[in-house]
Ligand binder design. Sequence first.
Ligand SMILES: [Zn+2]
Ligand SMILES: [Zn+2]
Length: 348
Amino acid sequence: MISSPISNRHWQHNRTRQEYILNKLKSAIPTLFAAVLLLLSNGLNAQVLAGAIPPRTLDPNAGLSAILLGTGVPIPNPARATACTAIIAGARVFLVDTGRNCIVPLNQAGIRDLTGIFFTHYHSDHFIGIGEILLNFAIAGNAAAIPVRGPTGAKEVMAGIAATYKLDLDYRLAHHGDKFSAAVMEPIVTEHTPGVIFEEQGLKVTMFNVCHQPIEPAVGYRFEYQGQSIVVSGDTKVCAEFAEGARDADLLISEVENAQIFNAAITLARNSNNLRQVAMIEEGMDYHAESLALARLAQEVGVKKLALTHLFPSIPPTDQAEAQFIQGMSDFYKGPILVGRDGMEVAP
Ligand SMILES: [Zn+2]
Ligand SMILES: [Zn+2]
């Protein structure tokens, strides 16, 4: 292609300009590259150091709310920790139960300290995560012991946890000295009988018996704060004690089982002559809250909102599985029904 002198000059001018810009950019690249790297690494370091999740800002004037941290049962489900529910009253956070892997959703929720822990009963899926929660708090530099409350058995369970972590505690104290708080690893444990067991700064916590026979004691809790109430069922079948405990709750966080799914599983097990499995499923079904009976209970005692946890069987956290799980419940209960997922925040 033949260019005129003018266009050639123009081209040369542009070329010179482009080269100038390119050269400028080239000389700036190491600086830019370093800046981007620095930004990235600072961001990454900060994220890694903070466990990626910033601490939750708690509003001291806020009312009562809950976070479903563990919505599973002992059968492994990668999407669900086992029984663990945070109750938030203003700037205070309490846990009801501390199931397997609860530290992960607890951390994800930005909760870095607790005002107290309440146990419902001593099936391991309700307490086995406590050691890792306390350990992480101690590693993070928390210093104060957390009060742990529960029905009879709390002291035996916590003595067992302390014995399990004894070597770990010795190692860390020898390694880190008093930067690692032994007090955090050794909570103050109090055993209670049903009734009002906690009343501080406007928050009242009432323990009530539930029906998880042959497991005794087994209790639920009612939290009352700023005129609102949240009831956590613990493990129970539908019974009069549970109904009384849940009466007029603004939010009932209840365990639940789906009998239709289990009946299908029983038929399969029976057809393959697995009588042990048939018996295990039937015994499991016998001490949990059947979904339709639970819906009737919630309607009868005036529950305003129902959130389901301890989902038995442990379904995947999908809309389809959840819709199947609660099928029929709205025929009996006219309030909102939330199927829990780990990390779900629920307010009355
Ligand atoms: Zn149980
Ligand atoms: Zn359980």
